[in-house]
Design a protein around this ligand. Sequence first.
Ligand SMILES: NC(=O)c1ccc[n+]([C@@H]2O[C@H](COP(=O)([O-])OP(=O)(O)OC[C@H]3O[C@@H](n4cnc5c(N)ncnc54)[C@H](OP(=O)(O)O)[C@@H]3O)[C@@H](O)[C@H]2O)c1
Length: 233
Amino acid sequence: MSERVTLVTGASRRIGRAIAEACLARGDTVVAHRRDADAEPAPYPRPVIGWSWDLNQPLPALPEAQITDLVLSASMFERGRHWSGIDAAGLEQERDRMRRHLQVNLLAPWELALALQRRRPLRSVVMLLDTYLDRSFPGHAAYQVSRAAGAGLVRALASELAPTRVNAVAPGTVLPSVRDPAERAEQEDAIAARTVLGRIGAPEDVVAAVMYLSDAAYCTGEILRVDGGRFKL
Ligand SMILES: NC(=O)c1ccc[n+]([C@@H]2O[C@H](COP(=O)([O-])OP(=O)(O)OC[C@H]3O[C@@H](n4cnc5c(N)ncnc54)[C@H](OP(=O)(O)O)[C@@H]3O)[C@@H](O)[C@H]2O)c1
């Protein structure tokens, strides 16, 4: 058993879950966050401490366990409208979309990290960002802005909370959210063709980077892209 008590946000499914399971395999005690208190995540390989918080709501009481490490995987992604020529109703919708992305992807992780740190200094914080954090595509602005701000947050926390180490992993496409199998295969082929390593990522690629940064004693303020060389071609 390690002496780590690791809180993983968004631990119910996909990448967050894979990180929680890797922490369990390392011997950590894991506090597994989910959005909805009534949701029943599939069983984990070993018992975890559950904790729920809808990141759009005020921060509830912290878990009782004395957290030593934090992994911020929960985030929202919602496609928006092009801003060009937008009418008043569209502007209102985009303002709301921007506000929710900034709340879930920026303010909530910031507030959680500070609340935990106040109670007991953390060893390490690792935040999941996105390799698109410094690129922009019409219709994805709210998400992209929240990720660019997340990179700023990681650097700010690294200097504000030292000697707590604060780093980020910025994945390329790992688990596309497209459901239709044909559309998904087409999307994966297109991404692979634009990627130096010729494939989309696997959850294990991201997990390995998170585990490395959580242990890397002389790394802080680092943003590690795990994208197979997505923008090098
Ligand atoms: N998958 C990829 O290819 C990819 C690529 C680049 C970056 N990333 C980043 O890597 C991380 C994990 O990716 P993923 O694909 O596994 O994420 P995902 O499937 O989109 O899952 C998002 C997680 O965030 C939680 N969440 C979302 N909104 C929330 C809210 N309002 N309150 C509380 N929890 C909320 C969800 O919790 P519940 O399950 O409890 O609803 C879920 O566990 C994310 O930060 C993502 O942006 C992923």
